[in-house]
Design a protein around this ligand. Structure first.
Ligand SMILES: C[C@@H](O)C(=O)SC[C@H](NC(=O)CC[C@H](N)C(=O)O)C(=O)NCC(=O)O
Ligand code: NI
Length: 128
């Protein structure tokens, strides 16, 4: 078994696709409209679905926003250098909400961005 994807409901599909491709460097893997359900699914990631865990964005037609609540945490992405990744993503228009540095209760270098719908994305440094 393996984790296939994480699904996020988004209020503006192209706004989110632009964020995950232009800021986070993902590739759009597939897109499918479901007229009977009035929704569209877009899969994005850093590798093919057959090999990598990917992101599934769900756009329910006409639904522009959601209440995120307090329970959802984040999606974590491994990067070679958290400090450099923050600068590159900030330059690409990303919003860093927690600058790079050791995590609160340990030594792992992390940073957090927020996506266009308010979902948090954690950046974690590759282990040497
Ligand atoms: C290891 C890495 O993947 C983490 O996500 S740890 C990040 C750390 N998590 C917590 O503190 C969890 C407990 C917290 N009360 C909660 O419910 O979120 C974190 O968020 N650190 C913040 C920081 O600025 O270091
Ligand atoms: Ni985490």
């Amino acid at each position: 078994m393996r984790i296939l994807h994480t699904m996020l409901r988004v209020g503006d599909l192209e706004r989110s696709v632009n964020f995950y491709t232009q800021v986070l460097g993902m590739r759009e893997l597939s897109r499918q409209d479901y007229p009977a359900g009035e929704f569209t699914l877009v899969f994005l990631g850093y590798g093919e679905k057959s090999q990598a865990t990917v992101l599934e964005l769900t756009y329910n037609w006409g639904v522009a926003e959601y209440e995120l609540g307090t329970a959802f945490g984040h999606i974590a992405i491994e990067v070679p250098d958290v400090y450099a990744a923050c600068e590159k993503m900030r330059a690409a228009g990303g919003t860093i909400i927690r600058e790079a540095g050791p995590m609160n209760a340990g030594s792992t270098i992390i940073a957090f961005l927020v996506d266009p719908d308010g979902y948090q994305i954690e950046l974690i440094g590759q282990k040497p």
